[in-house]
Ligand binder design. Structure first.
Ligand SMILES: Nc1ncnc2c1ncn2[C@@H]1O[C@H](COP(=O)(O)OP(=O)(O)OP(=O)(O)O)[C@@H](O)[C@H]1O
Ligand SMILES: [Mg+2]
Length: 228
């Protein structure tokens, strides 16, 4: 286990939003089944890195390799297939579809994958329960608290059994008890199924659930040993 082949690797990513540099040569590796925390100050490029790794945003320079495939060389069709079948993403903001109930938001990825509505809804209900959303299945995102919406978004990211879960501040709207509950559910599920997790967080208590932590500063990973 000393140096297994990474499942996902970014090398030398750069990305600017207009004239604002968000990533300046970021490199990071995620091993199979690993829970990796990415920390760093606000604006250090964490969300941009996640979007590049998940194949949502194309970096300006550098490469992202997933299981031997270079994302920048893939067609839009193959990329969206990867995102649908292998990746689960929890966005930092605005992640749920406002017109759908919590239950249907979570059932949607299963239905897009071909599952029947009743089956998809039954599995969605189990996942909501796992993340402590009970009795709120029928609420729409506008009727839910930030924390409830965040849990529903996590359930939606995990419901299809992805190989990698990308979670951008999944405990950002939760108090410490709810954070603990959500992180326990997330890490148990990941360990059980061998799912790798890229976990973005500001919170040291949340980062402590990870196997390893890397810190971003000004769009690049701080080398080991100089994180103070
Ligand atoms: N869509 C955008 N348009 C313009 N600038 C952007 C955009 N998205 C991000 N940026 C800028 O890029 C830099 C990195 O942003 P990013 O969202 O990746 O940081 P972050 O580490 O996730 O921050 P936070 O902890 O606040 O979520 C910041 O300077 C930010 O202002
Ligand atoms: Mg962010």
């Amino acid at each position: 286990m000393s140096n297994p082949v990474p499942l996902l690797a970014a090398r030398g990513l750069t990305k600017a939003h207009g004239r604002t540099p968000a990533l300046r040569g970021a490199s990071v590796e995620l091993r199979p089944g690993e829970i990796l925390a990415v920390t760093g100050a606000s604006g250090s490029g964490k969300s941009t890195l996640l979007h590049c790794l998940a194949g949502i945003v194309r970096p300006d320079e550098g490469s992202v390799t997933y299981g031997g495939e270079r994302l920048e060389e893939l067609s839009e069709k193959r990329l969206s297939e990867l995102r649908r079948t292998e990746f689960g993403v929890v966005f930092q903001f605005g992640q749920l579809i406002p017109e759908l109930t919590a239950l249907d938001n979570v059932a949607l990825p299963l239905m897009l994958g071909g599952a029947a509505r009743a089956e998809a809804r039954a599995r969605a209900a189990e996942w909501l329960e796992r993340f402590g959303v009970r009795g709120q299945e029928g609420l729409r995102p506008g009727e839910m608290s930030g924390g409830q919406a965040q849990r529903a978004a996590l359930a939606r990211a995990l419901v299809t059994g992805p190989k990698v879960v990308f979670a951008d501040e999944p405990t950002g709207a939760l108090d410490s008890l709810a954070s603990e509950q959500v992180m326990t559910a997330l890490t148990h599920t990941a360990r059980e199924s061998g799912t790798a997790v890229l976990l973005i967080t500001h919170d040291a208590q949340t980062a402590a659930y990870a196997d390893r932590e890397v810190q971003l500063r000004d769009g690049a990973v701080v080398p080991l040993g100089v994180s103070a």
